[in-house]
Design a protein around this ligand. Structure first.
Ligand SMILES: Nc1ncnc2c1ncn2[C@@H]1O[C@H](COP(=O)(O)OP(=O)(O)OP(=O)(O)O)[C@@H](O)[C@H]1O
Ligand SMILES: [Mg+2]
Length: 106
């Protein structure tokens, strides 16, 4: 049976857009850059996934969010059966040391 290494479901990362004090006083709605907006993928043992796209398409944001270097807005990240969206600091530290090489390459 193929071993699932990484499973990503409905991953989102929205960055709030900074607006001036006037906009907030006027009660304008907060705007977001939807850098990653609901993506799904999985990687099985022995597979390689390449993210390809134009500049600004969210490749780096996807990788940084999967590694929990930045907090996802929504979605599930399951690494070898471990739900990284629920992982504590110790679990994340162990994980990051294992996949340090990946984070260096992004
Ligand atoms: N920390 C941040 N705060 C606000 N917006 C951000 C932040 N990081 C990325 N963005 C925005 O999110 C979008 C995706 O950026 P990202 O760097 O993930 O793209 P990329 O596909 O890696 O691009 P490139 O090919 O140039 O490396 C862009 O519109 C970018 O301006
Ligand atoms: Mg990039």
């Amino acid at each position: 049976m193929t071993q699932k290494v990484l499973e990503v479901r409905n991953l989102k990362k929205w960055f709030p857009v900074r607006t001036g004090i006037l906009a907030s006083l006027l009660g304008r709605e907060q705007k977001y850059v939807k850098a990653v907006d609901g993506i799904d993928f999985e990687i099985n043992e022995g597979e390689v996934l390449c993210l390809v796209g134009e500049s600004g398409f969210g490749k780096t944001t996807t990788a940084r969010t999967v590694l929990r270097l930045i907090e996802p807005t929504d979605g599930k990240i399951i690494y070898r059966g471990m739900d990284l969206t629920q992982a504590d600091r110790q679990q994340l530290r162990t994980l990051r040391s294992k996949i340090n090489d990946l984070s260096k390459s992004i």
